[in-house]
Design a binder for this molecule. Structure first.
Ligand SMILES: *Cc1c(COP(=O)(O)O)cnc(C)c1O
Length: 356
């Protein structure tokens, strides 16, 4: 047999991996430390029995979209839902990127932006952030001068946790609109942040905002994300997404979750409080940190390597994300905010390691 080869442009690419290790304190993937409310699981179990499994699901996810539209006070035609916000991003690139087109982004940022761009055959115009990881105006000028079809922003940014400056985002949206591009603001952690670009979304603005049930809604297992965007962007995505991509159980899970919006807000508030406690704890230790508007904090040990600290945390049964060998993040680690007990365990272990 002559084994078929994948596309030349995929041959050297690696998939996206986040290794899981069995530990008691797992703070490496920015999930919620607690499950969704028990009343949500009960409602889901009860209503699952109503699903007509022999029929295709509602192709338009009508109830889910209507619920999200109500939450964000937009028309349902401005809402799109998908299998995780990663599928939203993929659909955006299938529609607005692709061969002969490009996506601009500012590193370091969420690795999936450039990864999905490459998978969809979209060229990447890579900008650099300033040394403090804020947007560098000169780099913004350089990237926008190449008129990428899609410009990715991530606010709060992963893995730095930093929230983009609202004026900078507005100015980028205006400039990108002048040459006919689309700005995508990835707000996977938007509910933890002090401001959101959802307020900018309007049929006359080239901006789409993606969000997810994975982090704030404690529903990473459901693989459900969504976008709030101009109607014409939603229509474009409908033309590239696979028919019936959202199964009936998932639509139900998401629709029912919206009934628990007050509980979700409460959890977010508790995690924000814990984030401030973790940030204050890190402030007492020999590490550099960055202001986070998300449910995680990036830090860099000053007197030890990131790899050594990561290993020693693991030896104490605490798993954080090791970014130490990632480009532009030399020596950095990223800790997800967990329960108060998990956060205390993390700070205690880190204190032992750094200040023996
Ligand atoms: C976790 C994360 C996502 C989430 O993706 P889902 O597919 O919705 O789970 C998207 N963007 C960023 C920046 C993330 O960190």
């Amino acid at each position: 047999m002559k084994r078929p080869q994948v596309r030349d442009d995929l041959a050297l690419m690696e998939g996206y991996h986040s290794p899981q290790v069995e530990v008691s304190v797992r703070l490496n993937t920015n999930e919620s430390p607690v499950p969704p409310p028990a009343a949500w699981s009960d409602a889901l179990h009860a209503e699952m029995s109503q699903i007509s499994w022999n029929r295709y699901p509602d192709r338009n996810a009508t109830a889910l979209r209507a619920g999200l539209a109500e939450l964000y006070e937009v028309d349902p035609s401005m809402v799109f839902a998908a299998n995780g916000s990663n599928e939203v991003l993929q659909c955006l690139l299938l529609a607005y990127g692709g061969p002969g087109r490009s996506a601009g982004l500012f590193e370091p940022t969420y690795a999936l932006h450039s990864h999905i761009a490459k998978v969809t055959g979209t060229a990447v115009v890579e900008g650099e952030r300033a040394p403090d990881y804020s947007l560098d105006p000169a780099e913004v000028d350089r990237v926008l001068s190449q008129e990428p079809n899609v410009v990715f922003l991530c606010s709060p940014n992963n893995p730095t946790g930093m929230v983009e400056d609202p004026d900078a985002v507005r100015s980028i949206v205006e400039r990108v609109g002048n040459y006919g591009g689309l700005v995508v603001v990835d707000e996977a952690y938007g509910q933890f942040a002090p401001w959101s670009a959802v307020g900018l979304v309007d049929d006359d603005q080239p901006v789409a905002v993606s969000r997810t049930f994975s982090k704030t809604w404690s529903m990473a297992a459901a693989r459900l994300g969504y976008m709030v965007a101009p109607t014409w962007v939603v229509n474009a995505l409908e033309s590239v997404v696979l028919p019936y991509h959202l199964d009936a159980a998932k639509q139900l899970a998401g629709t029912l979750a919206l009934r628990f919006e007050p509980e979700m807000r409460d959890r977010v508030a508790q995690l924000v409080e814990q984030r401030d406690i973790v940030a204050a704890g890190l402030g007492e230790l020999p590490v550099a940190t960055w202001d986070s508007g998300a449910n995680f904090v990036l830090f860099r040990p000053l007197n030890m390597t990131g790899d050594d600290v990561w290993e020693q945390l693991l030896a104490r049964d605490v798993l954080v994300r090791n970014c130490a060998s990632w480009p532009r993040l030399s020596g950095c680690l990223r800790v997800t905010i967990g329960t108060p007990e998990e956060n205390r365990a993390f700070l205690g272990a880190l204190g032992e390691i750094l200040k023996p």
